[in-house]
Write a protein that binds this ligand. Structure first.
Ligand code: BMP
Length: 273
């Protein structure tokens, strides 16, 4: 059964600091919309985020698709991520770098902390595949613990794309990995298509779901879209992730409001049941 607890009440008890903060923002701003700002031009991204900041609880980035000017890449990246952080404070949203880490613990530590992106320094939330086993979580957590700010991790339990290998037994084993007490304050939830877990005492995984459109459909490359009502109301997901449905629209602000409103109403319907 989809969770009928409100975001507000979950924000008091969620086992991770990042989760408590996110749920609080969602309740205060009345939004469960995450903007996936899948654009390659850094200036366009900043302009969109300035416009859409008030409507979202979370901004999802793919830092490695952005075309930073090559000669000044490092300083451009730093100034870009600093501006995103300023906007996140101004408009009260969190930042989720959709990095999908998938390597051994030692390698992901470098990828999370270092390189040109220094993801751990600016992204409140990131995600990882469970394929490598628990060492990936341990590695990421060690980096997160050294940051001094709330940092949360989502595990990919299943994907929105057709034919993905997640779900089923893979998801059960990912859930078992997430439940380990060692990272209770770090693993905040899942990328999944419906509610996950909740069967154990004090457990509360935030489920974020991509593949959301205003109607059911696809993109010709495997992406599958469901509506906010299906995702939040019927299947008990918490955060709706929308990319091209907003970024590619003629009027992103108006469309973002439609997504926000429909996703929020679906949530209200769910918690009132
Ligand atoms: P769009 O709404 O334009 O289809 O974009 C979905 C976004 O969510 C993309 O950034 C994609 O990388 C991400 N995503 C997804 O579509 N399915 C998943 O299972 C996991 C994702 O992170």
């Amino acid at each position: 059964m989809p969770s009928t607890q409100t975001y507000e009440s979950r924000s008091q008890t969620h086992p991770t600091a990042a989760g408590r903060k996110l749920l609080q923002i969602m309740a205060q701003k009345r939004t469960n919309l995450c903007l996936s700002v899948d654009h390659t031009d850094p200036e366009k991204i900043l302009a969109l985020v300035r416009q859409l900041g008030p409507k979202i609880c979370l901004l999802k980035t793919h830092i490695d698709i952005i075309a930073f000017p090559p000669t000044t890449a490092a300083s451009s990246i730093k100034s870009f991520t600093t501006k995103l952080q300023e906007l996140s404070r101004e408009h009260a949203f969190m930042i989720f770098e959709d990095r999908k880490f998938a390597d051994i613990g030692s390698t992901v530590q470098h990828q999370y902390r270092g390189g040109v992106y220094e993801i751990a320094s600016w992204a409140d939330i990131t995600n990882a595949h469970a394929v490598p086993g628990p060492g990936i979580i341990r590695g990421l957590k060690e980096v997160a613990d050294g940051i001094g700010q709330p940092r949360g991790l989502l595990l990919l339990a299943e994907m929105s794309s057709k034919g993905n290998l997640g779900g089923g037994e893979y998801q059960q084993r990912t859930l078992a990995m997430a439940r380990d007490r060692e990272w209770r304050g770090f693993v905040m939830g899942f990328i999944a298509m419906k509610e996950v877990g909740g069967g154990e005492e004090g457990e509360d995984f935030i489920v974020m779901t991509p593949g959301v459109g205003l109607q059911v459909g696809g993109d010709g490359l495997g992406q599958q879209y469901r509506t906010p009502e299906e995702v939040v109301g019927r299947d008990g997901c918490d955060v709706v992730i929308v990319g091209r449905g907003i970024v590619g629209a003629d009027d992103p602000v108006a469309i973002a409001e439609v997504y926000r409103e429909r996703s929020w109403r679906a949530y209200e319907g769910r918690v009132k049941k």
